[in-house]
Design a protein around this ligand. Structure first.
Ligand code: NDP
Length: 331
């Protein structure tokens, strides 16, 4: 039985020196506990923040302790109602092949809603982030221009499609030609920009002739600097992520305030957990759109517990399209 521990805190880009695969014990479950085996592990950009020893909305990972994150797992032994052997569950639990957890830390996955992996992607945390971030903060209206950075990722690819459902002109920004054609050909984006090969400022000018009404920002940094000058009066910015600076030790500091003032724009930070009381609403909409074929999703799935670190590192190199997952075992 193996687990993945944080053994050193990264100062910049995380590598193998920071994570170690270690033997783990497997206790017997006690009352209220489940013995589970991981089926899928979700690697997520926010986990990079938890590797720093700084105060944030979630506690930092502890050194020489297993990393915890979103997984799909199968119950092998249950000492807690209503779970039974064979149930597929999801929750945030340690990266340990087989483990004993409190039954409160997971919920059952309904396999009739589609692949169980959707509970880590479009019908899980990334999907809900896209839904609430766009609808509640972005407030999309027909005919408005929505720019999405990190557009081919788990959150971004869902935002692009919800933007189209609301009748927006959607412009996606991503890091490869495969991703930009995925955005326009498969997700229905009106235009897509490869920020690694194109002049982003010029390409945005072309793609947003009427300016930008909503900027769903997953990235921050220089891409955000290129979008702000195009903000229309009363534009809304969903500041969802800032992955461009997650591996930068000393943030360059504020770069956006003047543009916010000039455009009377609203920028609102949020974490998906703020919407916990409305998860059902989000979930119901996402599942209906998925069922009706209005939403689609992509997954990049690596195989093997030992490949979890590389899957995580890949997030910072753009190796994934859609949700990055690691398959550990078959049910
Ligand atoms: P993604 O599936 O989008 O994976 C990360 C992607 O970010 C990569 O594929 C890569 O795509 C892009 N990227 C990596 N480094 C850079 C960089 N330096 N500059 C520009 N793009 C980069 O992850 P998620 O969809 O899970 O998350 C997207 C964002 O949303 C993250 O910033 C995350 O932290 C945030 N988030 C926030 C939540 C909240 O509650 N506020 C909840 C969930 C996510 P490319 O090839 O295009 O470079």
């Amino acid at each position: 039985n193996r687990e993945i521990q944080l053994v050193k805190r990264p100062e910049t880009v995380p590598t193998h020196e920071h994570l170690s695969i270690t033997d783990a014990e497997l206790p017997k479950p006690q009352e209220g506990e489940l013995s589970v085996e991981l089926l899928y592990v979700s690697v997520d950009p926010y986990m990079r923040g938890r590797m720093n020893n700084t105060k944030s909305y979630v506690a930092p990972f502890q050194l020489n302790e297993p990393i915890s994150g979103g997984v799909v797992a199968q119950v092998k032994e249950s000492k807690a109602e209503p779970f039974t052997t064979g149930d597929i569950v999801t929750g945030s639990i340690p990266w340990r092949e087989k483990t004993v957890i409190s039954a409160d830390s997971v919920r059952k996955v309904d396999p009739t809603l589609g692949s169980v992996t959707t509970s880590l992607g479009i019908l899980g945390m990334p999907g809900l982030t896209a839904y609430f971030g766009l609808i509640d903060i972005g407030k999309p209206k027909e005919g408005e221009t929505l720019v999405v950075s990190g557009a081919a990722g788990a959150v971004g690819s869902t935002v692009v499609q919800i933007g189209k459902i609301f009748g927006c002109r959607v412009v996606g920004i991503a890091g490869s030609d495969e991703k930009t054609s995925y955005l326009t050909n498969e997700l229905g984006a009106d235009a897509a920009i490869n920020y690694k090969t194109q002049n982003v400022a010029a390409a945005l000018q072309d793609a947003c002739p009427s300016g930008v009404d909503i900027y769903f920002d997953n990235v921050g940094g220089e891409i955000a600097d290129r979008v702000y000058p195009l903000l229309n009066k009363f534009a809304r910015i969903t500041q969802c992520g800032a992955i461009a600076s997650y591996n930068v030790p000393n943030d360059q500091g504020p770069r956006i305030q003047m543009h916010l003032i000039k455009s009377s724009a609203t920028i609102k930070g949020f974490v998906v957990g703020d919407y916990q009381v409305r998860y059902k609403e989000g979930f119901d909409h996402l599942s209906k759109w998925l069922k009706d074929g209005k939403l689609t999703y992509e997954e990049t799935i690596h195989e093997g517990f030992e490949n979890i670190p590389d899957a995580f590192f890949g997030l910072f190199k753009g190796s994934n399209t859609g949700k990055q997952l690691v398959k550990i075992a078959d049910p």
